[in-house]
Design a protein around this ligand. Structure first.
Ligand SMILES: [Mg+2]
Length: 181
């Protein structure tokens, strides 16, 4: 198996179903395979970083306190399962006034890299949207498209992007990276 410095994870549609603008903890749930997939990767010596666009903040559809509550829950779940999570980086920007922090911009990754001494070119980005893959390509990272969330639509609209891996879901992707298949 190729050893990555850090596995970057998108949140909505990758770790959890995405009903759109999740604004309360009771609207958030991991896919049933998510924590097991990450545990397996963790036991294989991997560490993780979540990078998520949350334009619902700027749109006034998500309250910052609620987002914090959800992210604290995620941090706790990772901790309880022994999954090393370096951090959760989110971008509140509205797409119409987006900074380079909003994926496919790369500044969330650059910030994480600075904070945690991550070698981005030896890392991988896993997500369900084109913007996830584009951010990864921009940083010369490997990329994995998962076909959960918006993944199937993304697969139809890849254009010039060719992901390093295209997998059914995060469990499938974890198995691939660990070399089970
Ligand atoms: Mg997503």
């Amino acid at each position: 198996m190729k050893k990555y410095d850090t596995i970057f994870l998108d949140r909505d549609g990758t770790l959890n179903p995405d009903p759109g603008y999740i604004n309360a903890l009771d609207q958030f749930a991991f896919y049933d395979f998510t924590l097991q997939a990450l545990k397996n990767l963790s036991e294989d010596g991997n560490r993780f970083c979540i990078v998520t666009n949350q334009s619902g903040i700027d749109r006034g559809k998500i309250k910052i306190d609620n987002l914090s509550e959800i992210h604290n829950y995620i941090l706790n779940q990772f901790y309880e399962n022994g999954i090393e999570l370096l951090g959760i980086y989110y971008c509140p920007d509205h797409p119409d006034q987006a900074t380079q922090f909003r994926k496919p911009g790369t500044k969330m990754f650059n910030q994480a890299s600075e904070d945690h001494q991550i070698d981005l070119q030896r890392s991988i980005m896993i997500g369900d949207a084109l913007s996830d893959l584009e951010a990864g390509v921009n940083l010369r990272m490997d990329t994995m498209l998962v076909l959960t969330g918006r993944g199937k639509d993304t697969q139809q609209n890849l254009g010039s992007i060719s992901p390093t891996y295209i997998m059914q879901d995060l469990m499938d992707g974890a198995n691939k990276l660990i070399g089970i298949r």
